[in-house]
Write a protein that binds this ligand. Structure first.
Ligand code: ZN
Ligand code: ZN
Ligand code: FE
Length: 759
C-alpha cells in the first residue's frame, strides 16, 4: 500500500467502555480491517489511534459503534484526523491514569452464553464452576471496592490467579483479557452449604445437596450477585406457605426464576417485548400476565389474587447450575429479608438474620461489596417501565445534565435512590429502599459515600438537593452533609424526572404528578398535582385534585375504607356503606366521626387515596399488606372488563365521580365494569384538562409521573381520549427511571441544575 493513501485517526470513546471487553473488541476490529495503531483505557473512556487506508478507517469507525460488546454502552465518540506515526501493528497499551475518574462504573452483567457453554462442557477446566465470568459478563458494581476498576480494587483481591488464568488475562485475543473478576476452580472462590450452623458440603457437592433440599420442599438461602435470595419450589404449596409465614409476608407476590424462556412460557403469556427484557443483559424481574390453563397452575400463595407473575431468568452461573442439577421449576427467588428490611448480603449478617427463615445456606466465598436488589420492569403500551431500578441498570447514566458544580440529589424517603450529577451526566444509584428502617438509613449513607467516591466528588463541593418535606429522613440526613442545600418540592421533581430523561430543558409542558403522598407548598399532603412550565423556568401549580380530608394520617394510607371516609363524607346523600353491597367495616364509621369532630384529620389532594377509595367501594375493604396493593387490585379488576365510558370528573373534582360510582354499585353494575369506567374517568380528565391547560400555557407535551402512572391501563386509555378532544399532544412518561419515588432524585437534580426549583 503506498504511504500516500495512508491516513490516521484519533478516537475517544465515552460511555460504559471499561470492564466490558471493549479494548479486546477494538483490537480484533482493527486487525480485521488491517489497521495499525493502539488502544488504551484513559480516565475519560477509551482512546484509540488507528492508521490505514481511508475506506478501512471508515469501516472501522462504523463498526466501532455497531458491533460494540453487548455490555458496552457507547455514549459518544470523538474522532479527529491525526498524524501517521507510522505504526507497524495494532497493540493494547497500558492504562494511563488521568485526573478524575469520569469513566463509568459498569452495572453487574448477567452470565454470557460462552461462559455457560464452558460451564456445561465436561472437558472445560471451568466445568460446573459457579464463579466463572469473562469481559462480557459477571459482577462489576457489586464487587468494586475502589477505583480504578482493577482486581485489587474488587472483592476478588483475596484470590490470586493461577497460571492458566493469568495467561488468559494477558492474552488480547482471549475473552478473559483483563477480566478483573476471572477465576477458575483451581484458583477461585467456591460455594459451601451450611445446615444447623455447620458446613456440610463444599463445591459441587454443596450444589447437589442444595438441589435435593429444594426438591424436598426446603427453603434454601442462595447467595447471588447482590445479596441472598430465599429459594423454594414454587409448585410446592407447603414450601411457599412456610416461606410466607417465616418471612412475615402476607400477600406481596414472590418473584420466580425459570431456567429459560420456554419454561417461563409454561406459566405466563410472553410477548416479544417481555422476552427481550427477560433475556437482556440486565435480566430484571419482568411482570408477566399469568396463564391459568391446566398445567400452568401455581399455588395461590405464590402471588395471591394477582393475575401477574414476576419472573426472571438465571443471571449468575450459580442459578443456571442449580437448574442444570435438577432444581424445581419454577423456583421462588425472593430477596432474603424479613418483611421490608433490606436484603441480606454479608454472610455473617445473612446467617444471623435468616436463621429460622432458611433451612440451609448456600454461601459463596466471594464477598459482595454492596447490596443490590433485583430490578423490576413492567411492559406498558409504549414500552418498558422500570418499577425498581437496581441490579443490571445501576449505577448507569440516566440523563445528561450540565451543572456548574456537582449535584447530589438525595431523593425521597420511600423507594429511595440517589442521583449524582458530574461531568455533564446524571448517575443514579440503585434502589436503596424505604428509609423508615434504620438499616436502610445506613445503606443510604453508604450509597452516598460510594457514589461520590466513585466519581471523585468531594462532598463539600456538591450542591445537596433534598425534598421539601421538613421531616423526611432524607432531608435530615442531607442537612447533616457539608455543602450548600436546596429543597425541591416532591411533585415538581416527579415531572422534572421525565423531562431530564428526555433532555427537554426548554419545552413547556403540562405535567401531571399523581401519587400517594408528598409535601406540598402549603404543607398539605399533595398527590394529585398538575403543573405548567419547563425545567428551565420551573413549574407553577395549575390544577389539583379537589382537597379531601384524611382521617388518621399514615394509617389511612394502609386502609382504603379509612381513606374512603375522607373522600366520601363530602358526597351528599351518602348511603349506609356498612350495608351490602359495600360492607365496610366499622373502621369506616370511626373515620367519619373523626372527620365530624375534626380529630387528627389532614387535608390532602392525594390521587393514590382516591384510587384506594374506589377500590374500597368495589370490594377492597381490608387493610393492605403492602404499599399500593389496593391500586394494583383495582387495575387488575378493571382489566377484566371491556372498555367503558368515563364518569364526570370535572377539573379533578371527585364528588360527581364518586356519586356515579356509588349509584352504579347500588344499581348492581358489575364491579369490574365500574373499575374500568373509573380508569377511563381519570384518563379522560387528564386529556381534557391537559388539552385546555396546554392551550392556555402554549405547552407542547403532556408529562405523566408519580406512582399512579405505573398503572398500564391508565396509560393505554389516554391516547383515545386525547384524540377525542382533538389534542395532538405527545405524552411523555418515565422510561429510564421509575415513575414512582425511585425517580424523584433525578427530578430533584434536574431542577437544581437549571436553578428552577421554584417553590
Ligand atoms: Zn462470560
Ligand atoms: Zn485459575
Ligand atoms: Fe411521589
Amino acid at each position: 500500500m503506498p504511504a500516500s493513501v495512508r491516513r490516521a485517526r484519533r478516537l475517544r470513546v465515552h460511555g460504559i467502555v471499561q470492564g466490558v471487553g471493549f479494548r479486546p473488541f477494538v483490537y480484533r476490529l482493527a486487525r480485521r480491517h488491517g489497521l495499525a495503531g493502539w488502544v488504551r483505557n484513559a480516565g475519560d473512556g477509551v482512546h484509540i489511534h488507528v492508521e490505514g487506508p481511508e475506506d478501512a478507517l471508515r469501516r472501522f469507525e462504523d463498526a466501532l459503534r455497531r458491533e460494540a460488546p453487548p455490555a458496552a454502552e457507547v455514549s459518544r465518540v470523538e474522532a479527529a484526523d491525526a498524524e501517521v506515526a507510522p505504526h507497524e501493528a495494532f497493540e493494547i497499551r497500558e492504562s494511563r491514569r488521568a485526573g478524575s475518574p469520569t469513566t463509568r462504573i459498569s452495572p453487574d452483567l448477567s452470565v454470557c452464553p460462552e461462559c455457560l457453554r464452558e460451564m456445561r462442557d465436561p472437558a472445560d477446566r471451568r466445568f460446573r464452576y459457579p464463579y466463572l465470568n469473562c469481559t462480557n459478563c459477571g459482577p462489576r458494581y457489586s464487587i468494586i471496592t475502589a477505583l480504578p476498576y482493577d482486581r485489587p480494587h474488587t472483592t476478588m483481591r483475596a484470590w490470586p490467579m493461577c497460571a492458566a488464568c493469568v495467561a488468559e488475562y494477558h492474552d488480547p485475543l482471549d475473552r478473559r483479557f483483563h477480566a478483573q473478576p476471572t477465576a477458575c476452580p483451581d484458583c477461585g472462590p467456591h460455594y459451601a452449604l451450611r445446615e444447623d450452623d455447620a458446613e456440610v458440603a463444599r463445591g459441587f457437592e454443596a450444589l447437589t445437596r442444595a438441589v435435593s433440599l429444594l426438591r424436598e420442599g426446603k427453603i434454601v438461602a442462595v447467595k447471588g450477585l447482590g445479596g441472598y435470595h430465599l429459594a423454594c419450589d414454587a409448585r410446592n404449596a407447603e414450601a411457599v406457605a412456610a416461606l410466607r409465614a417465616r418471612k412475615f409476608r402476607k400477600e406481596k407476590p414472590f418473584a420466580l426464576m425459570t431456567p429459560d424462556l420456554d419454561a417461563a412460557r409454561r406459566f405466563a403469556r410472553i410477548t416479544p417485548a417481555h422476552a427481550g427484557l427477560l433475556t437482556s443483559v440486565a435480566r430484571p424481574i419482568v411482570l408477566l400476565p399469568r396463564r391459568n390453563d391446566p398445567g400452568a397452575e401455581l399455588p395461590e400463595a405464590v402471588a395471591p389474587g394477582n393475575p401477574e407473575l414476576g419472573v426472571m431468568l438465571p443471571y449468575t452461573p450459580i442459578h443456571a447450575l442449580l437448574f442444570d442439577l435438577g432444581a424445581p421449576v419454577p423456583l421462588v427467588m425472593t430477596s432474603a429479608n424479613r418483611s421490608s428490611e433490606p436484603i441480606a448480603f454479608r454472610d455473617d449478617d445473612a446467617l444471623a438474620r435468616l436463621s429460622g427463615l432458611a433451612d440451609a445456606f448456600l454461601t459463596g466465598e466471594r464477598p459482595i461489596a454492596r447490596r443490590i436488589d433485583d430490578s423490576v420492569v413492567r411492559v406498558t403500551g409504549g414500552g418498558a417501565m422500570l418499577l425498581r431500578r437496581a441490579r443490571g441498570y445501576a449505577p448507569g447514566v440516566v440523563a445528561r445534565l450540565s451543572a456548574e458544580r456537582p449535584i447530589l440529589a438525595v431523593g425521597a424517603d420511600l423507594k429511595n435512590t440517589v442521583t449524582l450529577v458530574v461531568g455533564g451526566e446524571a448517575f443514579m444509584s440503585p434502589y436503596v429502599g424505604d428509609l423508615e428502617h434504620y438499616d436502610v438509613q445506613t445503606a443510604f449513607e453508604q450509597t452516598i459515600r460510594d457514589l461520590t467516591a466513585m466519581y471523585a466528588v468531594p462532598l463539600d463541593e456538591a450542591l445537596v438537593v433534598h425534598d421539601a418535606h421538613p421531616h423526611y429522613h432524607t432531608t435530615r440526613l442531607a442537612e447533616a452533609l457539608p455543602g450548600e442545600h436546596v429543597a425541591v418540592q416532591h411533585h415538581r421533581a416527579h415531572v422534572a424526572s421525565v423531562l431530564a430523561e428526555r433532555g427537554a430543558a426548554d419545552v413547556t409542558v403540562i405535567g401531571f404528578a399523581f401519587d400517594g403522598t408528598g409535601y406540598g407548598d402549603d404543607g398539605v399532603i399533595w398527590g394529585g398535582e398538575v403543573f405548567a412550565g419547563s425545567l428551565r423556568d420551573g413549574f407553577m401549580r395549575a390544577a389539583h385534585l379537589r382537597e379531601a380530608l384524611l382521617p388518621g394520617g399514615d394509617a389511612a394510607a394502609r386502609t382504603p375504607v379509612q381513606a374512603a371516609a375522607g373522600f366520601l363524607h363530602a358526597v351528599p346523600g351518602l348511603p349506609d356503606l356498612t350495608a351490602p353491597p359495600f360492607r365496610f367495616p366499622d373502621r369506616f364509621r370511626t373515620a367519619l366521626r373523626m372527620i365530624e369532630k375534626n380529630l387528627r384529620v389532614f387535608p390532602t389532594t392525594s390521587m393514590g387515596r382516591l384510587f384506594d377509595t374506589v377500590a374500597a367501594l368495589l370490594g377492597f375493604t381490608r387493610t393492605m399488606s403492602f404499599e399500593g396493593q389496593a391500586a394494583v387490585w383495582l387495575e387488575h379488576l378493571a382489566r377484566s372488563a371491556p372498555p367503558a365510558a368515563p364518569y364526570p370528573f370535572p377539573g379533578l373534582d371527585y364528588r360527581p365521580l364518586l356519586r356515579a360510582v356509588l349509584d352504579d354499585r347500588l344499581r348492581g353494575r358489575p364491579a369490574h365494569e365500574i373499575a374500568r369506567a373509573f380508569h377511563a374517568s381519570v384518563a379522560h380528565e387528564i386529556a381534557r384538562l391537559g388539552a385546555r391547560l396546554a392551550a392556555e400555557h402554549d405547552a407542547r407535551a403532556l408529562v405523566l409521573s408519580g406512582g399512579v402512572f405505573q398503572n398500564a391501563l391508565l396509560l393505554e386509555a389516554l391516547p383515545r381520549f386525547l384524540a377525542g378532544v382533538n389534542a395532538n399532544l405527545p405524552v411523555w412518561v418515565n422510561r429510564r427511571v421509575p415513575a414512582n419515588d425511585g425517580g424523584v432524585s433525578l427530578g430533584q437534580a434536574a431542577l437544581a441544575a437549571y436553578g428552577a426549583s421554584l417553590r
